[in-house]
Design a protein around this ligand. Sequence first.
Ligand SMILES: NC(=O)c1ccc[n+]([C@@H]2O[C@H](COP(=O)([O-])OP(=O)(O)OC[C@H]3O[C@@H](n4cnc5c(N)ncnc54)[C@H](O)[C@@H]3O)[C@@H](O)[C@H]2O)c1
Length: 328
Amino acid sequence: MRILVTGGAGFIGSNFLYYLKAAHPDDEIRCLDLLTYAGHLESIKPLVDQKYVTFIRADIRKSTDVSHAMKDADAVVHLAAESHVDRSIHDAFPFIETNVKGTMCLLEEARRNDIGRFHHVSTDEVFGSLDINSSDKFSEKSCYSPRSPYAASKAASDHLVRAYANTYGLRTTISNCGNNFGPYQHPEKLIPRFITLLLAGRKVPLYGDGLNIRDWIYVEDHCSAIDTVMRNGRSGETYLVSGRNEISNRALTEKLLSLMGHGSSMIERVADRPGHDRKYSIDDSKLRNELGWKPRHSLDISLNETINWYRDHRNWWEALAENVPPPF
Ligand SMILES: NC(=O)c1ccc[n+]([C@@H]2O[C@H](COP(=O)([O-])OP(=O)(O)OC[C@H]3O[C@@H](n4cnc5c(N)ncnc54)[C@H](O)[C@@H]3O)[C@@H](O)[C@H]2O)c1
């Protein structure tokens, strides 16, 4: 299979390319990435050196770039995005440009090239926020209610994907997943931020009361879900993805502190993020029942592996950690 992966030099994208190499060594993979502050060619260098991945530095917002990269592809897996909520609060424009206009540009080229499968990688944040005491879960039938500029831009991109499926018959799938963690994640995101601060002997900044609940998944499990949906999902359908690891930010922080041999004195409480979503919770039974997918990694073991990865890969993250914007 010839697959074009956008955003393959980013966090989930690079893990996805390693996943593909292990699971489908005979596939032909092209990676299109602009290498913004969030993209790192060195993350996927072994795959490029082994010629499993052909790397194309290009911009999803430019039709000519996209058209060249998409030629003769059987499938597109679209991960390229501006992805950090805090940055979207500082300045939302790049999120609209990349996540909305960039997705539109890819869809148009996919339609022109009659691509067999366009898989769009999205987030549970498009569904908004649940009450902290609610037992409700997001499902494929939930209404969209995005509450941050990032979430709104991803919601818009999901709508465009469905519009292209409905209007032009483009063969699409969408997956909406919870919070990921694992190797190659930029130290601006919560788990690598906390790990890298603790490795540097510094305190970790916890937003507000820390009771916000997230549904965490180890990135390799998300990658296997993307692959499953891209190959076997029904055209036009959406599948929600969950690691079934719901935990508050405070409990997660305490878990990280304990795994790294620290106490709660290393927590520094900071003012809450504006509009901070309280709770995400995902019902992934459609993906599990229809396509037989399930995650393979437990939270504690994969957190430990992630800590070890950051401990062993200081060269990868140390320069990046110096330029992380301050939290709100
Ligand atoms: N990280 C999560 O927890 C999570 C959860 C659910 C869904 N998602 C979605 O998964 C996708 C990947 O997320 P991530 O965390 O790996 O993001 P990331 O920020 O680590 O990587 C994004 C990649 O996109 C590239 N990119 C940005 N603008 C581009 C452009 N104009 N043209 C080409 N490439 C461009 C960057 O260089 C980078 O390599 C995103 O669509 C995100 O919304 C992420």
